[in-house]
Write a protein that binds this ligand. Structure first.
Ligand code: GLA
Length: 404
């Protein structure tokens, strides 16, 4: 339709001073059709809708970006904390529901202590005593979790204002968010330029999150997303009946401050064995020192990677009631499975629902916690001039029955 309309316009346009005579008209028409058929001309007007989400305490205006694909899946992201604020996906009956915890207002995100939906950096998870050594220098970070630095410190990437840009393509909606973290911010060395892109393909139900960063001084980087999922779409409901599968034979046990001991411990025969789909709640209250330290699950699993560093399956979650299935794929070596143990019903979530204990779970793809202090863990060092890249995909589908 659009092309025909444009075509008429073009032909009419030629009926002026640049009048083209009949034998040439068909040539022009052919040429124009050729241009229209090329992928460039096919590019749709982007369907990312932008609106004002609120104003920060400092008076900065924050945008909400809505990415909606042809299948009805819809992701909303704000440039405060580069946070995913809602994710609507179909259930087995075709009904759409929002499957991530969040707040209705910007104030909610400014006051948030649970990292709902946020981009986490510069270093996701804990660095023991907020300290590490790099190139023979000791760096001291801001501490915000007892003696530790958690999720980037007192004011991590989740409390920063990012710059949004629409980078949509003909086959996908693409939102790019950028932020420059200053040299010395929260104690980390090097000015770090970061980009996070949220990509929603027009024809498939998956949200891809890609991370990119460069630094001007050697530093450590570990970026992730801290979405809390509840696949039932009912945020007052516990997630204990969700069945979880993790592609991991080992996990990194922790001490009482949730700092890895450095061991890689086999999961076999323990409540940490999710090599077969198992209800999250089936062993969560067992007498187990690791579960006690985490007040439930709050641990890093070592992902089995069959082929190098590419995108590989990490986890799969099935919610029997709605039939929703979430698959997580990543290029990262680890995944933090956190069962929402610190949610205590004091924060008011979307629709006024209080965020109660274990009503959401996180699958934070990452390098292992406290890697800068564990030379035996995969390195999180980013050298000056090098590029950091990481990709995670949240893929949705449905399954008919409870049986696999
Ligand atoms: C991560 C940590 C948890 C907790 C949550 C946020 O998952 O590992 O211990 O801090 O973030 O509450």
């Amino acid at each position: 339709m659009v092309n025909v309309y444009l075509l008429n316009g073009v032909i009419r346009g030629f009926e002026g001073p640049f009048m083209i005579h009949p034998p040439h008209t068909s040539l022009v028409v052919l040429l124009f059709l050729f241009v229209c058929a090329s992928p460039e001309a096919d590019r749709p007007t982007s369907r990312i809708q932008v609106s004002t989400f609120g104003k920060t305490k400092e008076g900065e205006e924050i945008q909400r970006y809505v990415l909606a694909n042809n299948r009805g899946m819809e992701a909303s992201v704000i440039n405060y904390g580069a946070a995913l604020v809602s994710l609507r996906v179909p259930g087995r009956d075709g009904k759409m529901a929002d499957v991530v915890l969040g707040y209705d207002t910007l104030e909610g995100y400014e006051q948030d202590k649970s990292y709902f939906g946020a981009t986490i950096g510069r270093y996701g998870n804990r660095i023991a005593r907020g300290q590490f050594m790099l190139d023979e220098t000791v760096f001291r970070l801001s501490t915000n979790d007892g003696p530790n630095c958690l999720h980037g410190g007192v004011r991590g990437f989740n409390k920063r204002v990012w710059t949004g840009a629409d980078r949509s393509r003909s086959d996908a909606l693409v939102l790019e968010l950028s932020y420059t973290s200053q040299d010395g911010e929260e104690g980390f060395p090097g000015s770090l330029q970061v980009k996070v892109t949220y990509t929603l393909p027009l024809e498939s139900d998956e949200l891809q999150i890609a991370y990119w960063a460069t630094t001007n001084k050697d530093t450590v980087v570990n970026l992730t997303n801290h979405s809390y999922f509840n696949l039932s779409g009912v945020m007052s409901r516990e997630i204990l009946d969700h069945q979880l599968l993790l592609h991991a034979l080992k996990f990194t046990p922790v001490d009482e401050h949730l700092i890895p001991t450095g061991d890689l411990q086999p999961v076999q025969g323990s409540p940490f064995d999710f090599t077969r789909p198992t209800a999250i709640g089936s062993r969560i209250d067992q007498e187990n020192q690791q579960l006690k330290f985490g007040r439930g699950y709050d641990h890093n699993w070592v992902l089995e990677r069959s082929t190098g560093n590419g995108l590989q399956p990490a986890a799969e979650v099935f919610e029997p009631g709605s039939g929703r299935v979430l698959e997580v794929l990543t290029t990262e070596p680890g995944i933090q499975f956190y069962s929402g143990n610190f949610l205590d019903g004091t924060a008011r979530g979307k629709g006024g629902v209080m965020c109660a204990h274990r009503t959401g779970f996180c699958l934070e793809t990452q390098h292992f916690p406290d890697s800068p202090n564990h030379p035996n863990f995969p390195s999180t060092v980013l050298k000056a001039g090098q590029t950091y890249r990481s990709i995670t995909v949240f893929r949705f589908s449905t399954r008919e029955t409870r049986a696999r």
